[in-house]
Design a binder for this molecule. Structure first.
Ligand SMILES: [Zn+2]
Length: 362
């Protein structure tokens, strides 16, 4: 099968290099209805290897976490006890991801958009119905002088900066690993024993801790995906000194890249820094806007300690280049303010769906 894919214009050569080494093996999409699954009585858990009725399969086991917006992609190979255990990793994943779940209106548990609160409420994001428009998102900072929310008058960009809620990095890594191991082919389960061990025993020795890292691309919000999409790449030549499979999870405005370690046929030596491997620029089946900006970071997720110092910056592209057209809204009454808009006096912004026309009461 062939796919027409695009990347950020300036990363074209980078994508070409990557595609010389890897090819797309599989694309995992989130469907609009549940797939047909095996009868519960015939199920075996891929993770603990136990079979019904020793373990139960009552709960929906999401292949990609519910909190990432996957509602229907569920598996028939994850028992209730493993599901419960992985749920704890997903709580850390949720705090690691932070505010974008709310900004993108990703529906999670109970099909609701979660609210977001940074520690000490320095920044909050909530879905509201304002000006008779449903599905707006209000982002507010605690104090007018705080730098958690800044509008750049000349570019129209809105920069949001906040401390993340504390999370355990190694649990976040395991949440990603679990997604990957839920999406590998059945015949490869046996080849990934080492990776399954990390997930089920929760342990990674000091000497290979460097493997517990992921690369994260983020692009300016304005583009992005409403449902997660996972690309599984396979290296074209078995003798190449790179991981056999490589995973890229596209989610909202980010793309997380990593590989499950210890694949049986991967012969290279894993060392403390992990293994060098090529990463893929963000791709899409539609062209990216010419002016899209991106950022890439390598995130070390090897620590089992609570991370309390992590900060996140999200840039929203508002398209409001004409500052004159911005109107001020009284934060209390939510009516049009009589005073003139000034970027240093804002406490919050309200994001409304694209192409919305707002009419204010007199
Ligand atoms: Zn299990």
């Amino acid at each position: 099968m062939s796919w027409e894919i695009y990347t950020i214009p300036e990363l074209g050569p980078h994508l070409q290099n990557f595609m010389q080494i890897y090819e797309i093996h599989k694309i995992v999409e989130c469907p609009d209805k549940k797939p047909k699954l095996k009868s519960k009585h015939d199920r075996i858990c891929r993770f603990c290897k136990k079979q019904y009725p020793k373990v139960r399969f009552r709960k929906d086991a999401h292949v990609i976490p519910r909190l990432l917006g996957n509602r229907f992609l569920v598996s028939d190979f994850e028992c209730d006890s493993c599901n419960e255990k992985f749920g704890r990793f997903e709580n850390d994943l949720s705090d690691f991801i932070g505010i974008t779940k709310t900004i993108f209106q990703t529906k999670g548990q109970n099909n609701k958009v979660p609210s977001f609160r940074a520690p000490n409420d320095v920044l909050t994001a909530t879905r509201i119905n304002a000006f008779n428009i449903q599905n707006s998102i209000e982002i507010r900072k605690k104090n007018v002088d705080d730098e958690n929310l800044i509008i750049n008058d000349s570019s129209g960009e809105i920069t949001i900066k906040y401390p993340k809620r504390p999370y355990r990095p190694f649990n976040v890594y395991k949440a990603f690993l679990k997604i990957a191991l839920s999406c590998i082919d059945d015949e490869d389960v046996i080849n990934y024993c080492g990776a399954f061990n990390i997930l089920t025993n929760g342990y990674m020795s000091e000497s290979v801790k460097g493997l517990a890292r992921i690369y994260k691309y983020s692009i300016t919000v304005g583009g992005g995906k409403d449902k997660p999409l996972l690309f599984i790449y396979k290296k074209r030549n078995a003798w190449l000194n790179f991981p056999t499979y490589f995973f890229a999870l596209h989610f909202q405005n980010s793309c997380y890249q990593f590989f499950p370690p210890f694949y049986r046929a991967d012969k290279f030596v894993y060392d403390q820094d992990g293994a060098p491997y090529p990463i893929c620029p963000p791709i899409s089946t539609e062209p990216f806007p010419q002016d899209v900006k991106y950022n890439i970071e390598c995130v070390d997720l090897s620590s089992g300690d609570l991370e309390k110092e992590d900060e996140e910056t999200v840039v929203l592209k508002s398209g409001l280049n004409d500052v004159e057209s911005i109107i001020g809204i009284d934060p209390v009454t939510r009516r049009q303010s009589t005073s003139k808009y000034s970027s240093d006096k804002i406490v919050g912004v309200i994001l409304v769906p694209a192409k919305t026309v707002i009419t204010f009461e007199e």
